[in-house]
Design a protein around this ligand. Sequence first.
Ligand code: NAG
Length: 444
Amino acid sequence: MAGRPLSCGRLATLTFAAVLLQIIGLLLFVFGFFPVNPALPGISGAESYRMPTCDDSFETDNGNLLPEQLGSLYRDMSQIPSTFDRIILMVIDGLPAEFLIGRGDQPSQNSMWEAMPYTHSLLSKQRAIAYHAKAAPPTVTMPRLKAMVSGAIGGFLDVAFNFNTQAFLDDNLLDHFYRIGWKLIMFGDNTWTKLFPSLFTRDDGVSSFYVKDTVEVDFNVSRHLEAELAASDWKLMILPYLGVDHVGHIGGRHSLLMAPKLKEMDDVIKMIHIHSSLNGDDHGRRMLLVVVSDHGMTESGNHGGSSYEETDSLAVFIDLQSQSPIYAPSMRREVFQVFNDKVVFGKTNELVTLTLKQRPMTYWSFDEHKLRALELNSWQLLRLLQVHLPGLLCGDMMDAVNGKQALLPYENLGNMAVKLEGLYSKARIAHAHWKLHLHDSSLA
Ligand SMILES: *[C@@H]1O[C@H](CO)[C@@H](O)[C@H](O)[C@H]1NC(C)=O
């Protein structure tokens, strides 16, 4: 039996449905692949140290300040004294945190102790503190580096750009260091020089293209160490090592090359630590060594999307001069999750706390400074929320601060904006009480 011939009307309906389906598909693709990245416009300035208001305008007129003047302006406004004067940032590409600090409650395996004895002993003697950092996918190098320096997670579009890296123009930490007159130097993965072509006083880019190369990529970095540790002009030294990632890509986590490679990284940490403890700093300046990885690796050493093995990355902080550093081992925070990822609210002692993004809080010995840092952080998040919820801070916010609304349990509050304003008022009241208490006890 022959099928019925398509009538004109049926054909039109079918065509229309097909076109509609295609448009829906295209929209899905566009919004999935090119996510709108919610970020604050422009470059942050002195306004970061002021409480955001309803009609926050982002004009800053610090343009004519000298770098040193800008630096001291920021220092004064932040009200937090700096604990360190110089930083070494060692980025070990692809090192899973599991290798150093184990998984869950399990400590790291014996073979890892043997592979990285010095770093393990620093950790066990509490001369260093380590965190699990959670890398947001996509976990390829370039978007991860951008996330680290800017606090904004990358989109999947960045993966396409990974091989054709352009200079990075968004607001980021390195530009801010440069703007306040820091000298920056970089030896290693040339992705950094591509992202920041004019920031570094001295650099030696190592090509990340030959994944088979596990020796020269790291040798080219370490060969600069001795001279640069003796130099005193720089403030931030970046050392991105690629070898561990390359070993993983060739032979997986259990490759025969892995243990010697980890030992090599351990020796670098040992050399930097011993050099600084022996020689100190001629000018009495304190130095911080930060060892991080941009992502982990799967059993086979590949990129594993958003699996635990792949996103479990490391952040270690080592105070290079002090014998008894002020660490707070009980504090664990996800360091690399970012401002605009998600805001997590929880309640402790009536004080609304925000999960801290990017700013580890371990070094400030005084609660006053910690609280100030939290305050600055909450202002930053509020500014970001203002972009999404126009009208935030414009309504009854200030009345709320004065009482009424803050007494309501926040679950009972209506929509998101009202809820957030309620939470914020609570935090402000708690903050004010706390400060008062601090003041009283310092008088007593
Ligand atoms: C390491 O440095 C040498 C000499 O400067 C250079 O020829 C070589 O290409 C570098 N290796 C990598 C992987 O960039």
